[in-house]
Design a protein around this ligand. Structure first.
Ligand SMILES: [Zn+2]
Length: 433
């Protein structure tokens, strides 16, 4: 409830005067509790999670719902539709299947009819095993996501995040609250897109499938039980995910930074804050690296990488691992940024890219071919760096250091060369049961 209130507060910055009651925050948190109550009763009645339901019109309370935050016609953040109310179609059909009573001779046919109704509803059932890990592949199944198309929803969520960041500041805290607490309220706003990124990443190297059983009447029916997510959808997901690691999206506005002093006495940082290197100040650049790494870990996951290679082998039109890595490097190291602050943000993203390439190149879970392609990407970056003319002093320093690090890495294969990125703070909209 507290986490939900925090999200709502950061997104709406409702305290223009500082003493408003901001009842909409509590309304949203209570809507979430109401939804959660239905969810837990669903478990008691025997239902599993269905993480595909949020993509088909919020069709089950057994998904994990992310608040569906919208922008109204005045450009204001709106929480009215954050959570659905009532139980939904998939819940009704599955309860009907579990609890309908039939005469003994009618039961088999009766259950078969309900199964057909479930199938005809078009709502897939995909549960924890295919949804929780960021490495998974089902395009419909994610926790804390919304919308029918994960990539387009991610773009929409980034727009909501931008509106929230633009108004973030004095109105994000009540009167008599330390300014330094803005740092904690900023976290869920800054990372507002994180769970939708998880959903979009599932499209890359993604697979459409269900827990299908052989049917009685398979004659003349296709036995094909899975298909790759189309190349166009994979490419689009990549394009949108690269936005989540762009300097323009990740640079924390300077006016926000100017309002956040080191923690006030009695209000220490805790695990819900960003951790940083620039103590005691709020480390705006470390937060950038943390956010970029969230996307990079998804894109350069060893299972996803292996699937990309397999899909490319089966169909040359698929994007493949090499192209994913080329696009990542082109959108980071090879991007030139003029303004000093944005350029420093970009350098932090670049180091995060390098670290993730190093990690994948020596990942024990990665196949030899995944590691080979990743090494090749590093060699290509190395030769690009050799011919690169440097600009400002920090830029020059980065280029020299990167050349040295890559060379040393390629000679020794150790991922300890680039300092670790600070971990992402926890931020699920509510406890996960
Ligand atoms: Zn549950």
């Amino acid at each position: 409830m507290r986490q939900d209130m925090l999200i709502a507060q950061g997104l709406t910055s409702p305290f223009k005067k500082g003493d408003e009651s901001a009842v909409e925050l509590q309304t949203m948190a209570l809507a979430r509790l109401r939804q959660l109550s239905a969810h837990e009763v669903g478990h008691t009645l025997g239902l599993s999670h269905n993480f595909a339901a949020s993509q088909i019109g919020r069709s089950s309370v057994m998904d994990y719902p992310h608040p569906l935050v919208e922008i109204d016609k005045f450009g204001e953040v709106m929480l009215n539709n954050a959570y659905a109310s009532g139980i939904a179609q998939w819940d009704k059909l599955t309860i009907k299947y579990a609890y309908s009573e039939f005469n003994e001779q009618d039961e088999a046919q009766g259950l078969k009819n309900i199964r057909k109704q479930i199938s005809d509803s078009g709502i897939p059932f995909i549960t924890d095993q295919d949804s929780r890990a960021g490495s998974m592949a089902h395009p419909n199944a994610s926790l804390w996501d919304n919308g029918s198309d994960p990539s387009e929803e991610l773009l929409r969520v980034l727009k909501v995040r931008r509106v929230a960041l633009n108004q973030f500041g004095e109105a994000s805290i009540k009167n008599d609250v330390p300014w330094s607490t803005l740092e904690k309220i900023l976290v869920p706003v800054y990372l507002f897109h994180r769970f939708q990124s998880d959903a979009a990443a599932k499209l890359i190297g993604g697979l459409n499938y269900e827990y299908s059983h052989r049917a009685e009447d398979t004659e003349n029916k296709s036995v094909k039980q899975l298909s790759e997510v189309s190349s166009a959808r994979q490419q689009r997901a990549l394009e949108v995910l690269l936005k989540t690691m762009s300097s323009e999206e990740l640079a924390i506005p300077k006016n926000i930074l100017s309002m956040i002093p080191p923690p006030a006495y009695g209000y220490p940082r805790d695990r819900e804050n960003f951790t940083g290197n620039a103590l005691p100040s709020f480390d705006a650049l470390s937060a950038v690296a943390t956010a970029a790494s969230h996307t990079l870990e998804l894109l350069l996951d060893p299972s996803r990488a292996a699937r990309l290679i397999q899909q490319k082998a089966l169909n040359p039109n698929n994007i493949g691992l090499a192209k994913v890595q080329t696009d990542i490097v082109n959108s980071s190291w090879k991007k030139s940024t003029k303004y000093p602050y944005l350029a420093e943000v970009q350098r932090n993203i670049n180091w995060a890219v390098l670290k993730q390439l190093f990690s994948l190149a020596v990942d024990e879970e990665a196949t030899p071919q995944v590691r080979a392609i990743t090494h090749l990407s590093l060699r290509e970056l190395q030769s690009w760096l050799k011919n690169k003319r440097s600009g400002s002093t920090p830029q020059k320093a980065m280029l020299i250091q990167a050349k040295k690090d890559i060379e040393q890495f390629l000679n020794s294969d150790t991922k300890e060369l680039v300092p670790s990125i600070k971990p992402i703070p926890p931020g699920s909209p509510i406890g996960t049961l």
